[in-house]
Design a protein around this ligand. Structure first.
Ligand SMILES: [Zn+2]
Length: 292
């Protein structure tokens, strides 16, 4: 748990392990750049044996004075993801982990998805008596309208992108239950908690800015998937819808926050995940909270 002014930030991890080959996921990645940054990238963020990147799929829980907010809903259980073995028919103790973190599903007031990819919307719903129903019965599910409309339209058109569309089982049931709230991409969620557009990874992708007391943080979602992208912000991932725009957004964010006190809370960095962007001789790096 990390206290940011009046906001309590904690994480609930669904899975964390070497997921995918670094060169497969980040097509521009170069071995000599990885080697030059080996001292901080390995073994924490890249497994040196397999050259797989270590990713963490997790939710952030934000407790403010009035609300409990869950940011990004991981992959979820029992979902059919043919062609994606790493996400197919999972059965993880995520809800038990959530309760262990002191939160029961009915206590979540807001669910916010930074974007509507398979690993950010899964626990929006769960399977009950053969139907997908909202996991968090009392929550408003806040989606950037632009992002929601993109995936809804793609579902109608049957268009394929780099990442499978999971709108039908993980977003539509929430809309049909009347729990979805579509907002502008700069919406203020709570006092000191605001969305900001960060397009590229997906068209309606957002980051979440937190400000409380004298402290600032930004939940960066998938603008930066992996710390290697701090070394070369122009290296977009295969999961990006628009790799060029994604690189522009990433570089702007990295330059804005490098060497500042703003806490960076990425979606997928290995535990303990949160830290600060720092300049290095060659690109940028990351200083985890708790590291010296
Ligand atoms: Zn993701």
């Amino acid at each position: 748990m990390h206290q940011l002014g009046d906001i309590e930030i904690s994480r609930v991890v669904e899975s964390e392990r070497p997921f995918v080959d670094v060169f497969g996921f980040i097509p521009d990645a170069q071995m000599e750049v990885i080697e030059a940054n080996r001292d901080w990238l390995m073994p924490r963020f890249i497994d040196p044996e397999s050259m797989m990147i270590i990713l963490n799929i997790q939710s952030y829980i934000l407790k403010t004075r009035n609300q409990t907010i869950l940011v990004d809903a991981c992959v979820g259980n029992h979902k059919d993801r043919p062609g994606r073995p790493m996400f197919h028919q999972l059965n993880t103790p995520y809800l038990s982990e959530l309760e262990a973190a002191g939160v029961r599903p009915e206590e979540i007031d807001i669910v916010l998805c930074t974007h509507l990819h398979v690993d950010h919307v899964g626990w929006n719903t769960q399977l009950v008596d053969g139907r997908w129903v909202p996991t968090f019965p009392n929550a408003k599910y806040v989606f950037a309208r632009k992002e929601h409309d993109f995936w809804e339209q793609r579902q109608k058109d049957g268009t394929e992108g780099p990442v499978p569309n999971v709108y039908d089982d993980s977003v539509l049931p929430v809309v049909e239950a009347g729990q979805a709230v579509l907002v502008a991409s700069d919406h203020e969620l709570d006092h000191g908690i605001s969305l900001e557009p960060a397009p590229g990874h997906t068209p309606g992708n957002i980051v979440l800015n937190l400000s409380s007391g004298n402290e600032d943080a930004v939940l960066t979602g998938d603008v930066i998937h992996h710390p290697l992208q701090l070394v070369r912000p122009e290296w977009s991932s295969r999961a990006c819808e628009d790799r060029i725009q994604s690189a522009k957004t990433r570089r702007a964010l990295v330059e804005r926050y490098a060497d500042t006190d703003t806490l960076i809370a990425p979606a997928h960095f290995a535990s303990p995940t949160m830290g600060h962007i720092i300049s290095r001789d060659d690109g940028f790096g990351f200083r985890m909270l708790g590291d010296t």
